[in-house]
Design a protein around this ligand. Structure first.
Ligand SMILES: Cc1ncc(COP(=O)(O)O)c(C=O)c1O
Length: 381
């Protein structure tokens, strides 16, 4: 007989899905990250200082807030942030966990963009907060509805979470909307968690937003090495904010999770961030080439699939137009071609949407598998 107690937090559907499939399929056509760097290629980018840090590295505990040189590199991604405004975590996920627990509890209200990365709303719920989802709608081309979002704010709203570029839709707010939203939050003293893990992958560079941490004092930027920087295996993420009190409370919370970061991952992250021009150029090259394939693919299958072209990031949220439910379609596809799509049900999102990822170098082969499947399997009505 099992004596399992229910978890104190709902299961993370998407992560359970990836735990089942990620390393069992040939083609991950729904991955959210960009093709990971080979360590040898990254080390070749080291300058004299970081090469010496790497070769002389001792595997002791590291500084709890993050290596000073790493925090300096992270700070330089922003306009108004210094190294002491940065706290390093084990990936973005740990940062979300700590910040949500520090900021939210019973009696607090939060508004979070949805569909989305589940921990952005689930951790706050598990902490006892009233978390309201701000639904992005296909009919609005997935755009952030700033009037509706501002209308949802209440006197007890402590936190607004906006992920942009957005997982899974590729939404990126218009600059004017972003300015208005951050202005209202600043006036009302509400914290913003800007999940910017796909920042620097805007399809049009002119669309890049002012970072949350730069927008106002209670703005918090969430960044990570995993997505645009294509080094998910490092498990290095960070929060950046001018709200030092908040950062100190997150640091105190982190004493109960990881305490400090992995020593090799910190040095490799410094190397990657110092070489950011080359690192980001590679990511954009991969994403741009894959988008051209997707443009052709969706143009050739308008009777089976529709999509709203993303404005940033490495993922999109198209829709299967067949009557067959996307879960069944995806199950048959992975069986027949070894190509994995992520059904919208994993986000709790009704309808026939699925996430497609275009950060991996084998996208053309994966897409060919999907195309073969579509060709072999006439539309089910
Ligand atoms: C929007 C968003 N935020 C945070 C994360 C977590 O990033 P990491 O797994 O690198 O901690 C992800 C990962 O998929 C994500 O898509």
């Amino acid at each position: 007989m099992g004596d399992h107690r229910p978890m104190r937090i709902a299961e993370f559907e998407l992560e359970r899905f990836f735990a089942r499939w990620e390393f069992a399929v040939r083609y991950l056509l729904c991955a959210s990250d960009v093709e990971g760097w080979r360590m040898a290629d990254l080390l070749a980018l080291a300058d004299d200082e970081t090469a010496a840090l790497w070769s002389g590295l001792r595997l002791g505990y590291t500084e709890a807030p993050g290596h000073p040189l790493l925090r300096a590199e992270i700070a330089s991604l922003y306009d108004t942030i210094g190294p002491d405004d940065v706290l390093v975590f084990a990936g973005a996920e740990e940062a979300i966990f700590c910040l949500s627990n520090v900021l939210l509890g019973p009696g607090d209200h939060a508004v979070v963009t949805w569909p989305g990365y589940q921990s952005l709303y689930e951790v706050g719920r598990a902490a006892g907060a009233d978390v309201e989802l701000h639904e992005l709608r296909e009919a609005d081309d997935w755009a952030l509805d700033v009037d509706r979002l501002i209308g949802a704010l209440r006197p007890d709203t402590r936190l607004v979470v906006v992920n942009a570029p957005h997982n899974p839709t590729g939404m990126l707010p218009m600059v004017a909307d972003w300015t208005r939203l951050t202005g209202v939050l600043a006036d009302r003293g509400i914290h913003l968690l800007a999940d910017e893990v796909y920042r620097f992958l805007e399809l049009d560079h002119a669309d890049r937003l002012v970072a949350g941490a730069d927008a106002f004092a209670r703005g918090v930027s969430l960044g990570v090495m995993s997505k645009s920087f294509a080094m998910a295996g490092l498990r290095i993420g960070w929060l950046a904010t001018r709200d030092r009190d908040l950062l100190a409370r997150c640091a105190a919370f982190k004493d109960y999770t990881t305490i400090c970061s992995s020593a090799p991952a910190e040095i490799l992250s410094i190397i990657g961030l110092r070489a950011r021009e080359a690192v980001l150029a590679r990511s954009r090259r991969i994403v741009d080439a894959n988008l051209a394939h997707l443009d052709r693919f969706f143009a050739e299958h308008p009777d089976r699939l529709s999509w709203i072209r993303p404005r940033g990031g490495s993922i999109a949220f198209p829709r299967l137009l067949d009557n067959e439910p996307i879960d069944a379609f995806a199950a048959r596809l992975v069986e027949a071609e070894g190509v994995l799509l992520l059904p919208g049900s994993q986000f709790g999102f009704a309808g026939n949407h699925f996430r497609i990822g275009f950060g991996r170098e084998n996208l053309p082969e994966a897409l060919a598998g999907l195309e073969r499947f579509l060709g072999r399997e006439p539309r089910q009505r």
